[in-house]
Design a protein around this ligand. Structure first.
Ligand code: MIG
Length: 679
């Protein structure tokens, strides 16, 4: 059941597709403080709080304060409150104290009128809000608003997954990418030319590592201008796209939010002519700076501008491109022209002065204040279909509306065909148009764990097609880190190795143990029939693909607290190693399961283990999969392939084999459509 409560006068976000009539009165069970602009809920000791999508810390969000305020921040540390996205959905899963059984027959109901205590809450507001989940007081959950305007949806059902299903009914079905997007993709910020890309392709082929895509980062563009191609480095781009396609490789270019200011550049000129860019108080276009230098930002909240920008993607679609990633759309701003001028003036006053410590900090602060300064968001405006709105009031939906621009254009331009799309910034609702990657993580062991922990939060909010930069984006990777990380990423729908300019190269073929990487990637391809089927079940059934154990074993006190294991689809649980030099790890089994220890897709052993704690030895080249009783795992039998397994299509044409645990393969529901036609 969904009940809606409206506070104040919320600015619409475009997130909800099935309108709900607002209830009279206040959110039941919550204390309302209009002066402090807060809503508070008393948590019991054994209540779990899940949700908030792509945020730092654990799956259970208790014990920290999270701020929805989309930010370009490459330091995903424990003390951060905001990352790139705002996914304002939380779910409270009560424990035994409330007398509630999760996923079973309902216990005694009646806590706060919230059907026994289990509930989901979606706070739909485009502005900044804070989720204080036991930060100020361990047992209090407080939502604090900068502007007390929101549509709040309270969802009560008797299982967590039914709540997720209701949220999806409210906000729409999840985006489904083409099938090749489940293959492996290689990326790096620094590939500059067609020859650089050919080298990547040839190296992967030489090492016989399957892959389906190579990503183009900003250097493919001419002076970082959206919807252009650098002619020197890609002399015949269209032919190159065809050449790659014939090789079975999809090229996936990046699109940035900012549009370069340059006379004669059609995107810039059309945007200015039609007033499609965001403006300052005086009506002139905001001038900011990002990779292209000075830019204007498209007004994605204006439906005309959105339509226009979306159609610009046809420049690349027409050349045979069938996938994109949208970046810098929080939006990231290196500096605005106005602030730069003011800082330069102030800096001038420091000239010739003897800088004391305080003055030194002041001076330094001036310069660092330029980048991603939140006050800049108060200096420009949108034409939100007739209403002038200051950006900070709608900040969190900017990236969503950019990706919507693309998604709606794809529906119009390629009505039959699925196009790959994922974005850095997001808001609930964007999950209808694309997936997300989790941004600029680092080659840190703790970020493998963060990857595991972010998956279910993203899935809850509808972002099924998601994944992290495998191997880490910033900082130098190591061979063992990349290997352990890959052992996680072979289970995430988006599986991409990506890294930053200036860091150690991390393509799999760069390492001495390249054979082990080949085995890992081949295992992914062997798992594709399962991964794809489970993804489709989640998308079409408004369900989740990666689940916390608490969602299935909600009455098991131990399972409820597991933070580093995931259920992937209906059949399996994974428990990855994310510590350096570990030769295995402890795993909690909520029920009897069959351990499959994979060394390669065809070399594995099986062992039935009782419920409880187990130490599972796992060498660097081993991947543990735990098969649930009564289930089976279909695998593409790559060893029976007619030729080399180069990519997704080869894997799907292999015969299937099944690993079973007291189950009949006949009962397994498999999805295997052409992978391109829209569903
Ligand atoms: O300011 O395009 O998150 O994946 O490689 C950095 C360069 C801009 C940030 C993205 C990253 C990408 C990088 N971009």
């Amino acid at each position: 059941m969904i009940r809606k409560y409206t506070i104040g006068n919320p600015i619409p976000t475009g997130s909800v597709v099935t309108p709900v009539k607002a209830e009279e009165g206040l959110l039941p069970g919550w204390a309302f403080d209009s002066e402090g602009k807060t809503l508070s809920y008393s948590m019991r000791e054994d209540d779990l709080v899940y949700g908030l999508g792509e945020t730092v810390r654990g799956m259970n969000k208790r014990g920290w304060i999270y701020t929805s305020n989309n930010a370009d921040d490459p330091f995903h540390l424990e003390d951060k409150r905001s990352l790139y996205a705002s996914q304002n959905f939380i779910m409270l899963i009560p424990g035994k104290l409330s007398g509630r059984q999760i996923g079973g027959e309902g216990g005694e109901a009646g806590r706060d009128g919230l059907s026994g205590g289990l509930f989901g809450l979606y706070v739909d507001t485009p502005g900044v809000i804070h989720f204080d989940i036991g930060f100020t007081d361990l047992d209090t959950l407080t939502i604090r608003f900068e502007d007390f305007d929101a549509d709040i949806y309270l969802i009560t059902e008797d299982t967590p997954r039914k709540i997720v299903k209701e949220l999806r009914a409210l906000t729409g079905r999840s985006y489904i990418p083409p099938k090749w997007a489940f293959g492996f993709g290689q990326s790096r910020w620094g590939y500059k030319s067609a020859d650089d890309i050919r080298e990547v392709v040839d190296s992967y082929r030489r090492e016989d590592i399957p892959f389906d895509s190579v990503y183009l980062d900003i250097d493919y563009m001419e002076r970082f201008k959206d919807f252009t191609v650098n002619k020197e480095n890609f002399p015949a781009f269209e032919d190159f796209v065809t050449e790659m396609k014939e090789e079975g490789v999809h090229l996936v270019p990046i699109i940035d939010a900012g549009v370069k200011i340059e006379e004669g550049y059609s995107v810039y000129e059309e945007g200015v002519r039609n007033k499609y860019f965001v403006t300052k108080e005086d009506g002139s276009e905001l001038v900011g700076a990002v990779w292209p230098g000075r830019v204007h930002f498209p007004d994605f909240l204006n439906s005309k501008a959105r339509k226009w920008f979306g159609r610009c993607y046809s420049f690349l679609l027409d050349k045979g491109i069938d996938g994109f990633w949208n970046d810098m759309n929080e939006p990231a701003i290196f500096y605005t022209e106005d602030r730069l001028n003011s800082v330069l003036e102030q800096v001038d006053q420091f000239k010739g002065r003897d800088l004391g410590v305080m003055e030194f900090w002041q001076f330094r602060g001036l310069v660092t204040s330029l980048e991603n300064n939140r006050d800049d968001y108060k200096t420009f405006y949108h034409d939100y279909d007739g209403t002038r709105v200051r950006h900070d009031k709608v900040h969190n939906i900017y990236g969503f509306q950019m990706t919507r621009a693309a998604g709606e254009a794809f529906e119009e331009l390629c009505p039959d065909k699925r196009i790959l799309m994922f974005s850095r910034s997001s808001y609930i609702g964007m999950h209808r148009y694309g997936g997300v990657w989790t941004g600029d993580n680092k080659s840190w062991w703790s970020h493998i764990k963060l990857n595991i922990q972010q998956m279910p939060g993203l899935n809850m909010c509808g972002f099924l097609y998601s994944g992290a930069d495998t191997g880490g984006f910033g900082a130098d990777t190591t061979e063992d880190l990349l290997m352990r990380w890959t052992a996680v990423s072979i289970f995430t729908p988006l599986f991409r190795n990506h890294s930053a300019l200036g860091t150690r190269s991390q393509e799999f073929y760069r390492f001495p143990k390249v054979k082990q990487f080949r085995d890992l990637v081949r295992l992914r391809y062997a798992l594709l029939p399962y991964i794809y089927s489970e993804f489709m079940k989640a998308a079409l059934g408004d369900d989740m693909y990666a689940l916390p154990l608490a969602f299935v074993y909600g009455d098991d006190e131990r399972a409820r607290r597991v933070e580093d294991q995931l259920l992937i689809g209906e059949s399996i649980m994974i428990a990855p190693v994310y510590e350096q030099n570990a030769l295995g790890r402890y795993v909690y089994l909520p029920e009897e399961m069959k351990l499959i220890r994979f060394r390669t897709d065809s070399d594995y052993d099986e062992e039935i283990l009782p419920a409880g704690d187990h130490y599972i030895p796992l060498k660097l080249n081993e991947v543990a999969v735990f098969l649930r009783k009564g289930h089976c795992l279909p695998l593409a039998d790559l060893s029976a392939a007619a030729g080399p397994v180069k990519g997704m299509e080869d894997a799907f044409s292999c015969p299937l084999k099944f690993i079973t645990f007291e189950a009949d393969p006949e009962d397994y529901v498999r999805y295997d459509d052409d992978g391109i036609t829209r569903i």
